[in-house]
Design a protein around this ligand. Structure first.
Ligand code: MSP
Length: 643
């Protein structure tokens, strides 16, 4: 039997920014769904990528003195590396600057132009000349000024191609009325329906004011507007419009996961483009909510942007993945805090899940020589547990169908909790002491089978930990990523040798964590420690160094030494000569008359034949290329001692 196809996408991320928790969220959600479907035997395809054209990128690049392509090539790596760090198992990564994408955008543009769904017209709007951008009337206010730079806007008209979107309001309404599940959550679907009922306006889809984009075929002074370009990635990556290409099986079942801010592009503009092409609209667009951070909107200026790399480094990717999907129902807004993450990790992962595994394996080791025992007769307790296992599998499946990740996890944790309670109720340690081998065998065998089911169910969410659970249970971890599905409850495990290892999630001590976090926060923005420190000294040792203020009387180059100057110094009570390697950094006239700091009791040394009687103090400049002299910031008499 051929496997059912499943295709899931994330938005393609702009490369003018570093990846943050919002990007990580959608990609992790798509990964969890893909892993679940893959485990259940679907033929899955998971796409993510980057959106590299448009004015934002062009401008960000210009600000850094780079070409747009150079900026994109540098920053795309951040996303690719993040997906590795988060254990994301995408099948493809598309960049809109790739040739395979450009070809499809131009093909679609030409097709819709030939069909009359694209036409040339003129675009009129309020334009900010310095920012080179049109400002929607809703954002310009009474004074008609730019919301970014505050300058006066001008009415501008330019030639532009338009997509005849107005044609598709009715067909789209009919489509959504017949397919009530095509936009989730439901509330979002209602929003889109009422928007469509207001009718649609044709969309300007080309620009002549910017150059960083895909040229309009046959009219190259225009580039394709970045959203029209970007949406097409979903088709381009699966080989549209080629015959016998993967898009034919995957497109009918595509799910787009997006943030709530970009739902109109995905549920109105994109489906209208697809209808115009004669291709089905997405099977599902799921709009998730936004994260705030400790109650506040995340922003660079507040300095509260959550760096997913840092979270992975501090807590491990599984804790981060688990937290994001467990904390907030997918579809609603949520609040991120590290404390909440640590608390969840301690309670759910360390206490509940980690303990169930650890307690069980300890007893298998202690009472059964490390081999899972044969199960004896079942009682009501085992039958109840078996029923719960079956119900959990069903419930998780229906939650996953609805992208209710948090509910799926809650269901799994009910089973974990029942597993722990089963241990408390059956008291296997007593059975061990009483040498009640049959009952002990039943209990430990049952627990290992509960753990096997749990490992499979949590695998899409916390893949590394699930694999470690399987390893410790003596089972093949690879089966988690294959398509065999979750083993049946009755499939026996007796005789398997377990390998208890390190605990899955060491508990984080809250007191230590608070101190460590305060320290981390204090260091934010600091440079790394250069590490070239000297051993501690006594105050006497410091006092034995005789530092004094000296006034520079004369400076001359040392012959045949291009780095050295000979300096005549006035110490008030005496004159002396020192030689110093500061010739590249100061002209003699910049030095004469300066008050500098010298160490006076340094053993004299001959440098290129000149006796240097002391040394001046200087430090490297910030770029590491120059030197700056230490001087005094008040009028100090030459010879003054420095304490
Ligand atoms: N390039 C477009 C998408 C084109 S898709 C054809 C884009 N890129 S983006 O990088 O700005 O944003 C990508 C996603 O990040 C969006 O889905 C957006 O909702 C999401 N998030 C940005 N900040 C977020 C939070 N604070 N919380 C959750 N998601 C957020 O838009």
């Amino acid at each position: 039997m051929s496997r059912k196809p499943f295709y899931v996408t994330t938005p393609i991320y702009y490369v003018n920014d570093v990846p943050h928790i919002g990007h990580a969220y959608t990609t992790i959600a798509a990964d969890v769904m893909t892993r679940y479907r893959r485990m259940c035997g679907f033929d899955t395809f998971f796409l993510t990528g980057t959106d590299e054209h448009g004015q934002k990128i062009q401008r960000a690049a210009a600000a850094k003195g780079l070409t747009a392509q150079e900026l994109a090539d540098r920053t795309v790596v951040n996303f690719q590396e993040l997906w590795k760090a988060l254990g994301v198992s995408n099948d493809d990564f598309i960049r809109t600057t790739e040739e395979r994408h450009r070809k499809v955008v131009q093909h679609i543009f030409a097709t819709l132009l030939a069909k009359g769904d694209i036409y040339k017209g003129s675009y009129e709007g309020w334009y900010c000349v310095p920012c080179e951008t049109y400002v929607p009337e809703s954002q310009m206010g009474e004074a008609k000024t730019c919301p970014d730079c505050g300058r006066k806007l001008e009415m501008m008209t330019e030639e532009s191609y338009f997509f005849r979107m107005s044609r598709y309001a009715e067909p789209l309404l009919a489509y959504y009325e017949a397919n009530g599940e095509a936009i989730l959550p439901k509330g979002r679907c209602n929003e889109i329906l009422s928007f469509l009922r207001g009718g649609l306006r044709d969309q300007s889809i080309s620009r002549t004011t910017i150059s960083w984009g895909i040229p309009v075929p046959g009219d190259e002074k225009h580039v394709v507007y970045v959203w029209f370009d970007a949406l097409i990635n979903y088709l381009a990556a699966v080989g549209y419009p080629e015959e016998n290409a993967p898009w034919q099986k995957y497109w009918p079942v595509v799910h787009h996961l997006v943030g709530k801010d970009i739902i109109r592009f995905h549920s109105v503009v994109w489906p209208a483009m697809l209808l115009a092409l004669g291709v089905n609209p997405p099977k599902l667009v799921f709009a998730h909510g936004w994260w705030t951070v400790e109650g506040e909107k995340m922003s660079k200026s507040k300095g509260n942007v959550v760096d997913p790399f840092e979270m992975v480094e501090l807590y491990g990717r599984d804790s981060f993945r688990y937290f994001l999907l467990r904390e907030v129902p997918f579809g609603l807004d949520g609040d991120f805090s590290e404390l909440a993450l640590v608390q969840r990790r301690n309670a759910d992962l360390a206490n509940d899940l980690g303990n169930l595994l650890n307690r069980t394996l300890q007893m298998v080791e202690r009472y059964c020589g490390g081999k899972i025992p044969v199960a004896g007769a079942e009682t009501e307790q085992e039958r109840d547990l078996a029923e719960l296992v079956a119900a959990t599998r069903r419930d998780v499946d229906s939650c996953m169908d609805r992208y209710a990740f948090d509910e799926a996890l809650k269901n799994i944790w009910v089973l974990v909790g029942r597993g722990n309670k089963y241990i408390d109720d059956t008291m296997p340690w007593k059975l061990g002491k009483e040498e009640n081998a049959e009952r002990l065998g039943t209990v430990l065998n049952t627990l290992c089978r509960v753990l096997r089911t749990v490992a499979c169910l949590v695998a899409p969410f916390i893949p590394d930990s699930a694999a470690r659970m399987m390893d410790q249970l003596g089972l093949n971890a690879e089966s988690l990523s294959g398509g065999q599905g979750i083993p049946e409850w009755t499939e026996d495990l007796s005789g398997v040798s377990v390998h208890r290892g390190d605990v899955l999630f060491p508990r984080i001590d809250l007191k230590e964590w608070e101190a460590e976090k305060a320290d981390r926060e204090a260091r934010k923005g600091m440079l790394p420690d250069p590490g070239d420190h000297e051993p501690e000294i006594e105050v006497e040792q410091f006092r034995s160094c005789e530092f004094r203020v000296a006034s520079v009387l004369a400076v001359e180059p040392v012959p045949k030494a291009d780095k050295l100057y000979k300096l005549e110094l006035d110490l008030g009570y005496e004159r002396r000569t020192i030689v110093s390697g500061i010739r590249e950094f100061y002209a003699p006239e910049e030095l004469v008359g300066r008050k500098i700091i010298v160490i006076c009791n340094l053993k004299p040394a001959k440098l290129r034949g000149v006796l240097s009687n002391g040394m001046l103090l200087a430090a490297e400049t910030a770029d590491g290329k120059g030197l700056a002299l230490l001087t005094v910031d008040r009028d100090i008499a030459p010879g003054s001692r420095i304490h």
